[in-house]
Write a protein that binds this ligand. Sequence first.
Ligand code: DC
Length: 237
Amino acid sequence: MANGKILIAIDGYSSTGKSTFAKLVAKGLGYIYGDSGALYRAIAYFAYNNGFIDGKGNFISKSDLQMVLPKVRLCFKTLSDGSSATFLNGENIEKNIRTSAVSAIVSQIAEVPFVREHVNILLKSMGLDKGLVMDGRDIGTAVFPEAELKIFMVANDHVRAQRRFDELKLKGNTTDTLESVLESLKKRDYIDSHREMDPLTRAKDAIELDNSSMTLKDEIEWINAILKPNFGLEVII
Ligand code: DC
């Protein structure tokens, strides 16, 4: 542990509530939250807007994306209300990367080795001082295999689809149905767990958290029961 701080890696399938949980844990520990999926989403958004991929995630020019990617400025910034947002070349793209259109193409972008290598460098630099809770698909296996605590989140398909559907409805999306949301989740799960480089898989030393019928308060009690005896830490909400 550096300065008594640890790294917490949270992985799992799409819409298992990783980011909500990770954000709350980070806040309650006074740690930084790292949203690795946001970087893949940002690159997918950039690649689509610049004509490197089509709306289905098929590549038009992979080599051109590889050439320009090192010049793309990607980062997280804390806004005046305390929330974090993803910035691409100086522009706040937080809202743009959360759409169904980006969700539909992001897994194809995240399969590409040079994209993963690029993102991994950015992610690893966030963990140098520890005190970080990061969520994603390969955080405990590839990005921070040395993380002191690894959690693998699961939830049943219906619960996941309903959560995602409710989230989209709240954002004013009226085109997706519960069935189309479930189908898109399953497609992403399949691509994420079958790609060649760093597929989504549970690290051997990860602890599984099935939150299908848990409230957020239950989840915080669950993690505190691990943090207190093992690390002397407590998430205060
Ligand atoms: O967590 P999310 O839905 O925002 O992630 C978007 C996509 O990015 C997801 O379909 C897979 C990919 N991803 C990944 O491959 N590795 C990560 N560490 C995080 C996300």
